[in-house]
Design a protein around this ligand. Structure first.
Ligand SMILES: Nc1ncnc2c1ncn2[C@@H]1O[C@H](COP(=O)(O)OP(=O)(O)OP(=O)(O)O)[C@@H](O)[C@H]1O
Ligand SMILES: [Mg+2]
Length: 407
């Protein structure tokens, strides 16, 4: 597992909503950069949290380098890695629309089709909202960056989908739709209409009145025209989609499934893990985040109030002190129960993995006292994961960059 950062070129962080995917992605990227790698974290999260974590006001569709001084200030300097140079961290936020535009630019067979798609109002307004397009474009961008850039590691954060599987199925769905009977019928329809010009439908008030009952007639024509033009890119697009899908199965890709200790989240994550395995995608680890932990025993808890009273100096209002001790004992007891529940859920999860014959690790990550927003906190979060996985933890003193021989 120490190969997670060394052997993998891409880590894809998936899981149910709100479990800590963005935090985990940023933390792993921070860690890998500290180890001396050139790393990109690509987030599709519309929230600005990651950007602020990394000291950036905004992340855009371009890679932005995170200021190395932030690492030094956090006491977690960037070390020299296998390349003999100091690690570098870049961040980027996926812009679905411009990624989509890029594909159209590339695959439209001619200028006319290109113009038709890019100016089609349905495309302009709706392309980023098309079902699965966010997920698909994330993979598309990943593919593009893997092809064109020389990152040692790309960490891909995935969107807060209600169904984590959307991400996996996006390529298939798009391909299925473009190749489907429905699309063919629509394209035929558009072609037939095209013989008379789509304007023919516009002037046919009888048809238009009927259409208007369902959707705006103009929008319907836009959709029809969009599908027709899009279909002309089908061959190129299909090949591309197949290649994009292939990278998800490549051995230098690792999927990390993040879960919380919530039982619904665990169920969803286990389900997702099964889907990954079934689709032949390389599953690397399950991270169970925000685990409540306790260092006290049952006996410690039972005597806590009395103990607090015993060690308190005999000053002030004795009754007030007793109340505080009682509240402290109760809070500790509640926490203790929650920690036991989390421990139980983890052991159940381990049993489920064992029953499935899954040998990849399950990594508990404790609930931190505070939100994890800055480099220092991200580094500490990643260190927990790194030590559980036997990955190295870089020193906190910067090492010198070796001088190339002859200089
Ligand atoms: N172990 C932890 N301890 C304390 N806070 C945490 C922990 N992990 C994550 N958080 C906090 O929880 C919040 C949600 O995390 P994050 O944004 O990473 O989740 P997400 O899975 O990306 O959510 P979404 O599905 O909405 O994209 C953040 O404020 C983050 O700082
Ligand atoms: Mg997120």
């Amino acid at each position: 597992m120490s190969s997670l950062i060394a052997d993998k070129k891409t880590l894809i962080v998936v899981g149910p909503g709100g479990v800590g995917k963005t935090t985990t992605s940023a933390a792993l990227a921070v860690h890998a950069a500290r180890m001396g790698l050139k790393v990109l974290v690509l987030t599709v999260d519309p929230a600005r949290r990651l950007a602020s974590s990394l000291g950036l006001k905004e992340l855009g569709n371009q890679e932005v380098e995170i200021d190395p001084r932030l690492f030094e200030e956090a006491g977690t300097p960037l070390q020299v890695g296998p390349r003999g140079t100091r690690g570098r961290l870049f961040g980027m936020m996926l812009d679905v629309k411009s990624t989509f535009d890029g594909l159209v630019e590339r695959y439209a067979p001619n200028d006319e089709v290109r113009r038709k798609i890019l100016t089609n109002p349905f495309y302009v307004q709706g392309s980023s909202a098309l079902a699965g397009s966010q997920e698909y474009m994330a993979m598309e961008k990943l593919y593009e960056i893997r092809e064109q850039r020389d990152y040692d590691l790309i960490v891909l954060d995935t969107p807060p989908t209600s169904n984590a599987l959307d991400f996996l199925r996006a390529a298939d769905r798009l391909e299925d739709f473009l190749g489907s009977q429905t699309a063919k019928v629509l394209v035929q329809g558009a072609k037939a209409a095209g013989r008379f010009g789509l304007g023919f439908l516009k002037v046919n008030t009888f048809i238009m009145r009927g259409l208007n009952k369902f959707v705006g007639a103009d929008m319907f024509l836009n959709v029809l025209e969009f599908i027709q033009s899009f279909h002309e890119m089908y061959a190129g697009f299909k090949q591309r989609a197949a290649r994009v899908k292939e990278i998800l199965k490549s051995p230098d890709v690792g999927f990390l499934v993040v879960s919380s200790t919530d039982s619904a989240a665990i169920d969803e994550s286990v389900f997702f893990h099964e889907q990954l395995r079934r689709s032949g995608m390389p599953f690397s680890a399950m991270l169970v985040n925000r685990v409540r932990e306790t260092r006290l025993s049952d006996a410690d808890i039972a005597g806590l109030g009395d103990h607090l009273l015993a060690v308190s100096p005999p000053i002030g209002d004795r009754h007030a002190l007793e109340r505080v001790a009682a509240v402290a004992e109760e809070a500790a007891r509640d926490w203790h129960v929650l920690a036991k529940v989390d421990a139980l859920r983890l052991s159940e999860l381990r049993t489920r993995f064992a029953n499935l014959g899954e040998t990849a690790p399950i990594v508990p990550i404790p609930l931190f006292q505070r939100d994890i927003h800055d480099i220092g906190a991200l580094a500490r979060y990643a260190e927990v994961v790194a030590s559980a996985l036997g990955l190295g933890v870089p020193p906190t003193e910067p090492t010198a960059v070796p001088t190339p021989p002859g200089e």
